[in-house]
Design a binder for this molecule. Sequence first.
Ligand code: NAG
Ligand code: NAG
Ligand code: NAG
Ligand code: NAG
Ligand code: NAG
Length: 375
Amino acid sequence: MLGLSIWCTNLNLSSRSLAIVLIVTLTLVYFSYSFNACLLASISRTLQQSNLRNLLSLTTPPQSQDKTIALNGSSTSSSSSSSSSTTNIDGSDSLFSNSSSDGASPKYQLLRQQGLRPLRNLPSTLIIGVKKSGTRALLEFIRLHPDVRAAGSEVHFFDRHYQRGLRWYRHHMPYTIEGQITMEKTPSYFVTKEVPQRVHHMNVSTKLLIVVRDPVTRAISDYTQAASKKADMKRFEQLAFVNGSYSVVDTNWGPVKIGVYARYLERWLLYFPLSQLLFISGERLIMDPAYEIGRVQDFLGLKRVVTEKHFYFNATKGFPCLFKSEARSTPHCLGKTKGRNHPHIDPNAIERLREFYRPFNNKFYQLTGINFAWP
Ligand SMILES: *[C@@H]1O[C@H](CO)[C@@H](O)[C@H](O)[C@H]1NC(C)=O
Ligand SMILES: *[C@@H]1O[C@H](CO)[C@@H](O)[C@H](O)[C@H]1NC(C)=O
Ligand SMILES: *[C@@H]1O[C@H](CO)[C@@H](O)[C@H](O)[C@H]1NC(C)=O
Ligand SMILES: *[C@@H]1O[C@H](CO)[C@@H](O)[C@H](O)[C@H]1NC(C)=O
Ligand SMILES: *[C@@H]1O[C@H](CO)[C@@H](O)[C@H](O)[C@H]1NC(C)=O
């Protein structure tokens, strides 16, 4: 400053205007500095929040062992855009559990400070069936919604693991924050005798999603899947009928039995009002996914976030594909095993099966109030 003032006095011309210029410059520097600091802080906060959200909306690989989560500000703000693919909040069961001193851990405190309290909740919505009707597609589509969180794999709680109790079941659910819906899909729930009562016992308000499809194509699809796993499987026609003629349908054979939807639905209706059930056409879910997903979002009281923008149709595969999904940021179609080619089935066998299902289908239309118009 001394040198500066000497220099000013030495020059002695327009020293006043020089001083003014200096002050203005310093002021500008000061303001731009503090503005940038503010901006940086707010950007880092936003990144941090969006990173948290990413973490919470990741898919749930069953029992992942990954326990490294960078929830602290310093490291996440710089790498938030890419870090979500390597971190996984779901696998780390001990992170927020009550068993240790986790409640006091910095990670937990950070979430609390932001008003987010991730918890594992029992599902409020179940996809209960029907096998080979498009339940996986439904789950993949609806979980595009940021307010839907689903268990990654079929938990089979109400049919196979009921004795383990609700605590065990909840432990298999993903973490959710307030306002997010917890969902689980196990298609065998629909046909398992004890399940309606058990779900009712868990929560009478549980919402139930049921994807249904023409029972004849469903049976063939079911058979095709089984045959792909077993080398010397008998022909479909031999299994679907008793004694090799097409006169008597073998209603004890699983793939045929499951298609008698009305029979199973009656049991569910003993425990749940029709208003808590939503029926989704498996055929329409493939032809016009946006339409069916719109209905599902309405039913669940969600904003219509998943729309036709999320889907495109792959003509080669004959299946809808997603531009991007929770698990992948690149487009993908339904899994390899989905939409496999069906074997040739004798048209007479198919005609006989249609005849067999007709009265049951009509009963189903009557119970649901929806005419699915299966042939
Ligand atoms: C943040 O996380 C990184 C990586 O896990 C760790 O090295 C660092 O010490 C943490 N910082 C704070 C303040 O917790
Ligand atoms: C959680 O921890 C508190 C205090 O350690 C304990 O009182 C409470 O029973 C625990 N809750 C559960 C569900 O374990
Ligand atoms: C049952 O489900 C409803 C709706 O999801 C929820 O508000 C309620 O808290 C649940 N009840 C119990 C006992 O979990
Ligand atoms: C099928 O054949 C067995 C003997 O081969 C006979 O005992 C049975 O009654 C037949 N069932 C029907 C439904 O025709
Ligand atoms: C469509 O499906 C075919 C067969 O599975 C696949 O090879 C192709 O990459 C898909 N195209 C698009 C655009 O997804």
